[in-house]
Design a protein around this ligand. Sequence first.
Ligand code: ATP
Ligand code: MG
Length: 140
Amino acid sequence: MAIERTFSIIKPDATARNLTGAINAIIEKAGLRIVAQKRIQMTRAQAETFYAVHKSRPFFGELVDFMISAPVVVQVLQGEGAIAKYRDVMGATDPSKAADGTIRKVHAKSIGENSVHGSDAAETAAIEIAQFFSGNEIVG
Ligand code: ATP
Ligand code: MG
């Protein structure tokens, strides 16, 4: 399988509970390499752009409010089949449906406050990485 890069966010519910290191440990144990990382306070405009695909969903306002409620850690993860692998490591969107040992099963609070984001395809990964990182900030 090819070496890929995917985009990850450690969300406000997780940074608020000081779980950045605990989540990074799960990521690294799964064989993914953190090749870029920074802690930022997302602006409302950034959050609205990032989740624009969900603009018409009933939870959109709540989702944007949540994403700007505390700092987040944005990351680029690299590894073999990184996009699908990280989705596996994250677990299902709803933590009550997530498999044992996944980040969301272990740490998420609810379907909304679900600790992490991961890109869902190669095309979205490239767009999401470019929203938050310039090329020289990613060192593989
Ligand atoms: P993400 O895109 O954050 O990695 P995902 O791909 O597993 O998550 P999506 O369907 O893309 O899930 O939803 C994006 C985010 O919107 C979810 O991670 C969650 O924070 C929020 N969300 C999704 N469904 C609901 C819901 N029914 N109620 C509240 N928030 C929701
Ligand atoms: Mg998604």
